[in-house]
Design a protein around this ligand. Structure first.
Ligand SMILES: C[S@@+](CC[C@H](N)C(=O)[O-])C[C@H]1O[C@@H](n2cnc3c(N)ncnc32)[C@H](O)[C@@H]1O
Length: 275
């Protein structure tokens, strides 16, 4: 499979690189290697088009100077790239997310993720805050949907926290395959993975829905999430910026959800709602 490789030089390096990676991730770039002066980002050639950078706001920002070149490259050894660039993370002293090549750590919850090209290593603010929510709340004997599962890291932690049965759904074939591998690797036998979108949810019911996707998809699929939850159901959302919390909350309120609390990290938000 061929990829398009973008080499970005970013000044000032931080927070420019961090913001750029977040925006590229949401535009569809699938893997990032941080370099001394910026970041190299990859997207599969068949998912690339010439307008891919049109919505990357930081490129128009006067605060940062960003230069880039791009070219087509052939197959990449992702594991070698990740081994060079991926550190394990720790969440609130209770949970670690690491790759198979990291040494084992003595945490209450140890998640092993082969990240490859799927989103969901815990490094992104939205994943991190959702992991925090899962650690802080009761998942014992709950049925859970992880919508937009990426690597399935959220479903895996929810399973470790006692959820009884889980569905993990992603629209991206690579994420579907990667989630399947990660679930097996973490020995979570009660998680089923599906390739698709909210259309798969017709007639389904859960106690908890976790969805870290993006503002527009969350708004679009909110009514479907509502239909999948009964009284007492919980909804955890992320993948949107601080300024979008109002519109997300309004959409939830219109469907009968009550806002419970939110978290903020850099410019990202995660929020909990209840029905
Ligand atoms: C921001 S990532 C989150 C991954 C992981 N849940 C995490 O928290 O790190 C969003 C994921 O949603 C998937 N996605 C995008 N649109 C979707 C849709 N309409 N339905 C289901 N999944 C979708 C993407 O493929 C991507 O893996």
């Amino acid at each position: 499979m061929n990829y398009i490789e973008y080499i970005f030089k970013v000044a000032p390096l931080q927070p420019g690189t961090e913001i750029l990676i977040a925006e590229l991730g949401y535009a569809g770039f699938e893997s990032f290697v941080e370099t001394e002066d910026g970041v190299t980002a990859y997207i599969q050639k068949d998912e690339w088009n010439g307008t891919i950078l049109d919505d990357i706001n930081i490129l128009d920002s006067k605060e940062f100077k960003i230069e880039f070149t791009f070219s087509e490259i052939e197959q990449i050894n992702w594991n070698a790239e990740w081994e060079k660039n991926f550190d394990s993370i720790e969440v609130d002293g209770k949970c670690t997310v690491r790759a198979p090549f990291h040494p084992t750590k003595n945490f209450e919850y140890e998640i092993v993720i082969e990240p490859k090209m799927s989103f969901g290593t815990g490094h992104h603010e939205t994943t991190f805050m959702m992991l925090q929510f899962i650690l802080e709340n009761n998942f014992e004997n709950k049925t859970v949907l992880d919508m937009g599962c990426g690597t399935a890291v959220l479903a895996i932690l929810a399973a470790m926290r006692g959820a009884s049965k889980l569905d993990a759904i992603d629209i991206d074939e690579w994420c579907f395959e990667n989630s399947t591998e990660n679930i097996e690797r973490n020995n979570c036998k009660n998680i089923s993975v599906f390739l698709g979108d909210a259309a798969l949810l017709s007639g389904k019911k859960y106690d908890v829905i976790i969805a870290n996707i993006n503002r527009n998809i969350l708004l679009n699929d909110m009514e479907t999430y509502r239909k999948c939850l009964d009284e007492g159901g919980e909804l955890y959302l992320s993948g949107f910026y601080k300024e979008d919390l109002t519109i997300i909350t309004e959409s939830c309120n219109n469907l009968g959800f009550t806002f419970v609390k939110n978290k903020e990290k850099n410019k990202w938000v995660a929020a909990k709602f209840k029905i």
